[in-house]
Design a protein around this ligand. Structure first.
Ligand code: PGA
Length: 262
């Protein structure tokens, strides 16, 4: 399965510095034509201009969250349709920073994923356990429940027929991001990553049926140039969601080059 490397810029970036970063990514992709699929997810303020700067390139653009409704009195929120209008084709949903800071439940993430699909966006739904949950032995149960509760019918493609359905060939993505590994420099071990990706794959089959084979499961949490190749070579790892390292062109591009499977 073609690997996906997605950059999550989080709440970082101004017009001046993002222009240089985007140019470097675009130039590299044109020079090296990496086999993996590529997405960068800037903050909403930069979405339209990053999308314009990457237009015609192999790098797509995504948002970092969306509201479950298309329009309305929701001060400060951005809808999936608005992200699509600004040039996004993807959206990250249910990131642990949002699940934690805004108490986002699995049910809410599921509504957001439905809205994203209806707007023609491909959702990247994040799941992952806290350190305490891992230490208490609950990690696999927590993550399986997040997968089961956060994905709407049609996440794997067929079955969702809402307006603007992204069409045949569409399939959402699940990102496994252990919370304790995000932004800490402490990535999970190869064994733990492979084991959790198996749990997620099994849960996807239970939740979505045979069509779930089209859903990619990617890993995130302190993915850096050192170690990226080993993670991306693990069985069941179909890409990476990269936070901090996606803000440094050389680091992000090194991770793209480490992608083992086209
Ligand atoms: P990190 O972030 O690579 O900085 O750990 C990953 C993420 O939160 O998506």
């Amino acid at each position: 399965m073609r690997q996906l490397i997605a950059g999550n810029w989080k709440m970082n970036g101004r017009q001046a510095d993002s222009a240089a970063l985007v140019r470097a990514v675009r130039d590299m992709v044109e020079a090296q034509a990496p086999a993996c699929e590529l997405v960068v997810c800037p903050p909403s303020t930069l979405l339209a201009e990053v999308a314009a700067a990457l237009a015609g390139s192999a790098v797509a653009v995504g948002g970092q969250d969306c509201h479950p409704l298309a329009n309305g009195p929701h001060t400060g929120d951005v809808s999936a349709a608005m992200l699509a209008d600004a040039g996004a084709r993807w959206v990250i949903l249910g990131h642990s920073e949002r699940r934690t800071s805004y108490a986002e439940s699995n049910a809410l993430v599921r509504e957001k994923a439905k809205a994203a699909i209806a707007a023609g966006l491909t959702p990247i739904v994040c799941v992952g356990e806290s350190e305490q949950q891992r230490l208490s032995g609950a990690a696999e149960t927590v993550v399986a429940a997040q997968v089961d509760g956060s994905l709407p019918p049609g996440f794997a493609g067929p079955g969702f027929a809402g307006p603007g359905f992204a069409g045949p060939g569409f399939a959402g993505v699940v990102a496994y991001e252990p919370i304790w590994a995000i932004g800490t420099g402490r990535g999970a071990s190869a064994e733990d990553i492979a084991a959790m990706h198996r749990v997620i794959r099994d849960q996807l089959t239970d939740t979505l049926g045979a069509a779930s084979g089209a859903v990619r499961v990617i890993y995130g949490g302190s993915v850096k140039p050192d170690g990226a190749a080993a993670i991306l070579a693990l069985p069941g790892v179909e890409g990476a969601l990269v936070g901090g390292a996606s803000l440094v062109a050389a680091d992000f591009l090194a991770i793209v080059r480490a992608s083992s499977r086209g």
